[in-house]
Design a protein around this ligand. Sequence first.
Ligand code: ACO
Length: 329
Amino acid sequence: MKRPIASIVGTGRGLPEAVMTNFDFAKIGIETTDEWITERTGIKQRHIARNGESTTSMAAAAARQAMQRAGVSAGEIDAIVLSTATPDRLLPATAVDLQAQLGATRAAAFDIGAACAGFIFAVTIAEGMIATGTAETVLVVGSEKMSSIIDWQDRATCVLFGDGAGAAVLRRAKHQRGILSAYMRSDGTLANLLYRPSGGACQPFCEDVLTDRSHFVKMAGREVFKHAVRSMADACDRALDGAKLTGKDIDLLIPHQANLRIIEATAKHASVSMDKVYVNVDRYGNTSSASVAIALDEALENGRIREGMNVLVVAFGAGFTWASMVLRF
Ligand code: ACO
C-alpha cells in the first residue's frame, strides 16, 4: 500500500431549506406515485433550491462548515476545485464566485466537469496538487442545482434529482491516514445516453431550443442503469486493488446516491454487507457531484466513520465518467 499523500481534514454540506416529497409532484401536474418512485429508486424526498439559493450559495455553506471543522481560514486556501454540472454562469467559473464569497484571496479557483463522479475527480486533482507541492491546502466542493437543468415536464427524470453541496478540505497526510488509492475513468462514446443537447456552444440558446426543451437533461434510463452497475463494480475493484484491500477490509462503502438498486448491486459486487453501506438517497435524491460529498460529511458527523476506518467511495455519471477512492480516516 502506498503512503498516503493527502487526507481530508474537514467536511461540510449545504442544502436548500425546501423539501419536495414524492407526493408533491401531483401538485405540479406530474403523473407519478410515491410507490413508483420508491420501488424503482428508493427516493422519498429531495431538497430544492428556492429564493435565490444557487450553486455558489450552497457551495459556500458547505465550504464554510468544512473550513471551520478543519480549522482552516479562507486566507490559508491555496486552491478551490469545484465540481458542478450546473454552474451559476457559463463564464466565469462558479469556483471564482465561491472564492469571492469566502474571501479566499490567495486561492487559484476553477471548475471541473465530470458529472456525478466529479467530486472524486476533484479530490484526486487536489491530491495531485498537494503531491507536487503546488498547494498545501485545497478546498474541494461538489455543488449542484439540478432543479435548474431537469425538465419538470418529464416524469422519467424530474423525480430523480435534488439540489445540494458537499465540501472537503485536503491537506498533506499524517500518520498513514488519507487517500490510499484513487481510480478515474471516462467513456465519451456513450455521452448521448445522459446529456443536455443544447444551450452550449455547439447549439446555443434560441427559440427552437426553448420550444423543443433540448436544454434540459435527456436520459436513456435503462442504459444508464446497466452501465452504472457495471462501472461502479469495476471502480470498486480498482480502488480496492490499488489499496491492496478486499471488500472485507472496508468499514464503510459510500456509493453515489442515484438509485438504491444500483447501490445494492455495487455493495454485493464489492462483498460489502448493506449494514456497512451509507444510504441517504431516500432524503436527497440524486445530487450529482454533491452526492458522495454530502454522504461523507454525514457519515463523519454521525459517527459512521471513526478513526482508523477504511472507507470506499465510488461514483458514476454522465460522460460516462466513473471513479473510486479508498480513504483511511
Ligand atoms: N412515474 C410513473 N411512471 C413512470 C415514471 C414516473 N416518474 N417515469 C417513467 N414512468 C413509466 C414509463 O413511462 C414507462 O411506462 P410504459 O411502460 O407505459 O412506457 C414505465 O414507467 C417504465 O419506464 P422505464 O424507464 O423503463 O422504467 P425503469 O424501470 O427503467 O426505471 C429509472 C426508470 C428509475 C430511471 C431507471 O432506469 C434508473 O434508475 N436508471 C438509472 C438512471 C439514473 O440513476 N440516472 C442518474 C444519473 S447517472 C447516475 O447518477 C448513476
